[in-house]
Design a protein around this ligand. Structure first.
Ligand code: URP
Ligand code: ZN
Ligand code: ZN
Ligand code: ZN
Length: 483
């Protein structure tokens, strides 16, 4: 028995245009989009009325950490609760991270994370972090790309004495990623400077969460972003900078792009909407709840990030969803450097960005689709299967009610965290229905996420970026002088 769903009367939005159209989904795929799509539906098809609503590609969050063991504890949301919360917010796919311990074989870590993720309710994929270097790591990168559909590798330039990469590892790994047609990505913060500043700040008698941003100022991020971009330039490999939080880092990306380099930037919903005043809250639990890296920035940086998205210098939006509860955050009660780093947002990202982006005229609905799904799908080479509403694409969709409102709160969220960084913010423009693999999984507040329904999504290597950089390298290849 095939399963059919018709979405009638909505405005379908893709990254390139909006159109009034019906959408027919059969067995998890979109089979028709157009004025006559409903007429092709088999008898007994489920019908959703989307009049007055937009129909958007399901969001893709390219940066989450479900069930992450980190800084001596494990995040509250696992792959089920985290992806269920994502579906409630209109996000139908996540790209999470496999993070091997230094010296841990990549394939062991990868298999461990694949096991944890089997309970996902939404589709998922993995970036794999390179936290150390050896010939075995080089070989395993090949296996991951060629057999497991991993086409991106993450490098933490911070978290000294834990998962931080030195330049030797960055250079070796970027070079190997280029050979394999996989995108290197970086968490750009100079870990040596963070380590030093944490101690200097503590010496000043500042031990609370207000010390966190003091130990990680914008220039610490900009130095690492510039360094990673320079290494990528020398090697001729594209590069993707995760969670760009400040204007200095956004400027580094814009300058490199103006030089013709293939550099891409990701922005978090939190960095666009929250500023660093939160760290001065007199209540430790509240201030600590916002401790994440890079930290929230002084007023002014948020507008620069919006401009980066508007101008096309920044490309994707994510959340870095990584939730710790108050008891976990209290591990750093005497020392801010021990507060587990991370905040939530996977459930709020789409609505927070619509409200801050589309309602303010910063973004059109099509530009919203670009930054919440299509650009990510293109960069990580799963477009047009994901991030697109058209024949053949996965039936991952959101019915978006532009007049619906919601007030974010930890009390009403599906995410397992006990805090909401957008607490009390009322937004206009919310998902009324989320459809994953052709199934309605969220309807007007009713979450019907099913454990284990999510699929692992393989991402092929050598996306369009790599064909371009290869051509460029051939054209510009130096030659010896014939004597
Ligand atoms: O504070 C954060 N962002 N925690 C998660 C790990 C990371 O750096 O992305
Ligand atoms: Zn990070
Ligand atoms: Zn992260
Ligand atoms: Zn707890």
């Amino acid at each position: 028995m095939s399963q059919a769903l018709v979405i009638r009367g909505g405005t379908v939005v893709n990254a390139d245009r909006e159109q009034r159209a019906d959408v027919l989904c059969v067995d998890g795929r979109i089979v028709a989009v157009g004025e006559d799509a409903a007429a092709q539906a088999p008898a007994g098809a489920q019908v959703l009325d989307a009049s007055g609503q937009y129909v958007l590609p399901g969001g893709i969050d390219p940066h989450t950490h479900m069930q992450l063991p980190f800084m001596g504890t494990v995040t509250m949301d696992d792959f089920f609760t985290g992806t269920a919360a994502a579906l409630a917010g209109g996000t139908t796919s996540i790209i999470d991270f496999v993070i091997p311990d230094p010296q841990e074989p990549l394939m062991d870590a990868y298999r461990k994370w694949r096991g944890w993720a089997e309970k996902s309710a939404a589709d998922y994929s993995f970036h794999v972090a390179i936290t150390w270097w050896s010939e075995q790591v080089r070989a395993d990168m090949g296996t991951l790309v060629q057999e497991e559909g991993v086409n991106s590798f993450k490098h933490f330039m911070a978290y000294k004495n834990a998962i931080m990469c030195d330049d030797e590892t960055l250079v070796n790994s970027f070079k190997r990623a280029l050979e394999l047609g996989a995108m290197p990505t970086v968490h750009a913060e100079n870990g040596e400077l963070v380590y030093l500043l944490q101690q200097e700040v503590a010496k000043m008698g500042i031990t609370g969460p207000e010390g966190h941003p003091l130990s990680r100022p914008p220039m610490v991020e900009a130095e690492a972003a510039n360094r990673a971009i320079a290494i990528a330039d020398v090697l001729g490999v594209p590069i993707y900078v995760v969670h760009v939080s400040c204007m200095e880092s956004a400027d580094a990306i814009a300058r490199a792009r103006a030089r013709g380099q293939r550099v891409y930037g990701e922005v978090l919903a939190g960095h666009l909407l929250v500023d660093d005043s939160v760290y001065r809250d007199p209540d430790f639990a509240k201030a600590a709840a916002y401790v994440m890296s890079p930290p929230f920035r002084p007023k002014g940086h948020q507008e620069a990030l919006w401009r980066g998205l508007q101008s096309g210098q920044l490309h994707t939006t994510a959340t870095d969803h990584c939730t710790f509860c108050a008891a976990q955050k209290a591990m750093g009660k005497e020392n801010f450097a021990k507060i587990p780093n991370g905040t939530g947002g996977v459930e709020e990202r789409m609505a927070a960005l619509w409200d801050g982006g589309v309602n303010t005229g910063r973004l059109t609905p099509s530009e919203f689709v670009a930054i919440t799904s299509a650009n990510c799908a293109k960069l990580f080479n799963i477009y047009p299967r994901k991030g697109f509403i058209g024949e053949g694409a996965d039936a991952d969709l959101v019915l978006w009610d532009p007049q619906g409102t919601k007030t974010f709160s930890a009390k009403t969220q599906f995410s397992k965290g006990d805090f909401n960084i957008f607490e009390g913010r009322t937004v206009r423009g919310i998902p009324s229905h989320t459809i994953s693999q052709g199934r309605v999984v969220f309807a007007n507040g009713d979450l019907r996420a099913e454990q284990g329904k999510g699929r692992y999504i393989k991402r092929p290597a050598f996306g369009a970026n790599f064909q371009a950089v290869q051509k460029r390298a051939q054209d510009l290849a130096p030659t010896a002088v014939a004597r």
